[in-house]
Ligand binder design. Structure first.
Ligand SMILES: Nc1ncnc2c1ncn2[C@@H]1O[C@H](COP(=O)(O)OP(=O)(O)OP(=O)(O)O)[C@@H](O)[C@H]1O
Ligand SMILES: O=C([O-])CC(=O)C(=O)O
Ligand SMILES: [Ca+2]
Ligand SMILES: [Mn+2]
Length: 656
């Protein structure tokens, strides 16, 4: 107190007198006090250490047969991660310690591992990197990842519904032109290369240069996130993946998108089958051979590794792993598919194929059916299995009324990418495209109330091909012959409307083989042949559903109402559409129904909805021409199904 204040006090308020006449001690409240003597002790009481999830070995057991102790297992785990992060020139990995570097008290007692060169002589540190420790944040929980993101990553906020809003940085979509695949003796013959292929080659040496760059970057950090998780719900064909990343956002994204191991599964995880090094904040070196920008997404199938430099868009990890599955699964006679999948109460399964934005997630998330998965599946001899453990929904113009299950899934634990929210209330404005049109929500599949867990189902009954036709000439629904299904599957038509692929802003017709050419590794006809064989064997019916324009092309007509598309899909699922009356359209030769419950009949034949019939015919022929041009490369290609079908497929395209 200053003397002025003292003076003011003396003049103003009366001096407080404490009554010391009573003997009792004065308590400021009546509740019992905490058991801690110091603040640090109090804080140490707040958090319980996680209990070990497997019993500690019985001391009386023979030591040789005893499972490793908790400490031993921790050490093995760190050794495995250190090996993952090893620089290939130095031959050994970084010194690791588990836990958050900000919580010194917690990490101090944890054992650390150093891996020295094989010859075993004591090493004299010749580089600064071998003097430092890297903290490993291993399979953190969503709550822990939220804290990491909010504390350390600019642009991380909790929205009013509890989701974690994040920014993916300069890239808000995938960069297919920056994808590279190592061409070696094996992949040279196995993979699809050249015109139309997504696999742009790089050599082994260049891969190593980029790998070293990513690993050095990650090792230079104080801490890295490591996720050990699974892909594929089919237990016989499960793949173990490790994701090393620098951002809590990336770790939470993959926590949601891959299958989450139980504590027991995690303890017995062992060596991963595939590892991603995500150094997305750090660019590749543009002077490196094969590099055409600062972004590089590199896949090395022989080493079972992927390196990401120069893009923080999390979808690269998801779709990078999907590419890997597109290689590994067909080797086992299992078909990998860019499709959603759901199942009715009677066990009828539907697949939803389609390029980005055509409705796989929206239409497979159906309140009346069980969701198996929204984007990536396998079709094996035993049925369908989801590759992933979560969904990745487009959020632009999301509404509670039209997509209630997706709306409700955006809660605590969900990653919300690139959305705009109100500064104070943190309410998200889903119509706002200020950051990007490709706003996304990534959530665990359990967030959908009627998810089918485990995410597997029997053989599909319906195969629905979705196309968002910006020309407005494809019918809202057509029933396909097997040959037509193959023709449209190989064509993979849509008109891209939004910017999922970086740089595409204006709508434009796209053909992408197997409805996902960006991710396939083998020639499209290999997947098509497998699909034909499976559909034939299990008696599945193919459908083409236009979720795009009606009443004119983009700019003139409007997008088909989601409510109408849902009615069409309902009629496919129930089997009622199979028995409707059909007529064949001109040019594309598509079978279209005359009526569907809940859908205005006049929209079923697109010619009815166009005011200008000449414009309709002109546009129809234009689109048919685009189909024909696109299919030319496949005409010379032998489609490895029986010869009759191969010829039928060629004849199943537009005739004009
Ligand atoms: N008639 C319609 N049918 C389906 N979707 C529609 C329709 N009209 C508008 N939409 C909107 O189109 C978008 C479809 O996106 P969705 O997330 O389902 O794409 P996707 O096929 O899953 O793509 P990706 O592979 O990129 O995840 C949603 O935003 C949905 O609200
Ligand atoms: O990969 C992405 O960014 C989103 C997606 O599902 C797709 O494009 O098919
Ligand atoms: Ca999707
Ligand atoms: Mn997709």
């Amino acid at each position: 107190m200053t003397s002025n204040e003292e003076a003011a006090g003396r003049q103003g308020l009366p001096k407080i007198q404490t009554d010391k006449s009573h003997d009792e001690i004065c308590h400021d409240d009546s509740v019992p006090t905490v058991k801690a003597q110091t603040i640090d002790e109090l804080h140490s009481l707040q958090m319980k250490k996680s209990a070990p999830s497997t019993p500690t070995p019985d001391k009386t057991q023979d030591v040789a047969f005893a499972p490793p102790s908790g400490q031993e297992r921790q050490k093995q785990q760190l050794q495995s991660i250190s090996a993952s992060l090893a620089s290939l020139t130095r031959g050994y990995g970084p010194k690791l310690v588990k836990g958050d570097p900000a919580r010194k008290a917690e990490t101090a007692g944890v054992s650390h591992v150093t891996q020295h060169p094989a010859h075993g002589t004591p090493t004299i540190s010749v580089s600064d990197s071998s003097l430092k420790f890297t903290h490993v944040l291993y399979n953190l929980s969503p709550a822990e990842l939220y804290e990491q993101a909010i504390k350390y990553e600019k642009g991380s906020f909790i929205t009013s519904t509890g989701a974690l809003a994040t920014l993916s940085g300069a890239k808000t979509g995938r960069s297919p032109k920056d994808k590279r695949v190592v061409k070696d003796e094996t992949t040279q013959d196995d993979l699809w290369w050249g015109k139309g292929s997504p696999n742009i080659e790089m050599d082994e040496q260049t891969f190593m240069v980029n790998r070293e760059r990513a690993v050095d970057y990650l090792n230079s950090l104080e801490k890295v996130f490591v996720n050990d998780q699974f892909l594929n719900w089919d237990p016989q064909n499960r793949i173990k993946v490790r994701i090393v990343s620098a951002r809590a956002y990336h770790s939470l994204f993959m926590h949601n998108m891959c299958i989450r191991p139980t504590p027991e599964e995690l303890e017995n995880f062992g060596t991963p089958d595939f590892t991603i090094y995500n150094a997305g904040q750090f660019p590749c070196n543009r002077y490196t051979h094969y590099m055409t920008s600062s972004t590089s997404i590199d896949l090395n199938l022989a080493r079972r590794e992927m390196v990401i430099l120069g893009t923080q868009y999390a979808g690269e990890m998801k779709k990078g792993l999907f590419s890997v599955m597109h290689y590994l699964m067909p080797k086992r006679q299992i078909l990998s598919l860019h499709s959603g999948s759901n199942m009715g109460k009677d066990g009828d399964v539907a697949l939803f194929f389609g390029l980005s934005g055509t409705g796989k997630t929206t239409l497979s998330t159906d309140h009346n059916r069980f969701l198996i998965g929204d984007d990536e599946h396998c079709w094996s001899d035993t049925g369908v299995s989801n590759i992933e453990g979560g969904c990745y929904a487009k959020c632009i113009d999301l509404s509670r009324e039209k997509e209630p299950d997706i709306w409700n899934a955006i809660k605590f634990g969900t990653v919300l990418e690139n959305v705009v929210f109100e500064e104070h209330t943190r309410e998200v404005d889903y119509t706002d495209k200020s950051v990007t049109e490709n706003t996304r929500a990534a959530y665990p599949i359990e967030f959908i109330p009627n998810a089918k867990l485990p995410c597997v189902g029997p053989h599909p009954k319906n195969v629905i091909l979705l196309a968002c036709d910006a020309f407005g000439v494809l019918p809202p629904v057509s029933k396909l012959s097997l040959a037509q299904t193959m023709y449209h599957f190989i064509s993979g038509y849509t008109a891209l409307v939004a910017g999922t692929e970086d740089g595409i802003k204006e709508p434009q017709a796209t053909f992408s083989a197997c409805f996902g050419a960006a991710f396939i590794m083998l020639h499209p006809t290999k997947y098509a042949a497998m699909l034909a064989e499976k559909m034939q064997k299990h008696g599945a019916t193919g459908w083409l559903v236009n979720t795009g324009w009606s009443g004119g092309r983009y700019g003139v007509g409007s997008r088909i109402k989601l409510a109408h598309t849902r009615k069409i899909i309902d009629a496919i699922h129930s089997g009622s559409l199979l028995n409707a009356n059909y007529k064949k359209t001109e040019v594309f030769g598509l079978e279209i129904p005359s009526e569907i419950e809940g859908v205005p009949s006049d929209i079923l034949d697109p010619v009815n909805t166009w005011a200008d019939k000449d414009a309709y015919n002109e546009t129809l022929l234009k689109l048919a021409g685009l189909f024909k041009n696109n299919f030319e490369v496949f005409v010379s290609h032998k489609i490895g199904i029986d010869n009759n079908l191969a010829e039928e497929i060629l004849a199943a395209g537009p005739v004009f």
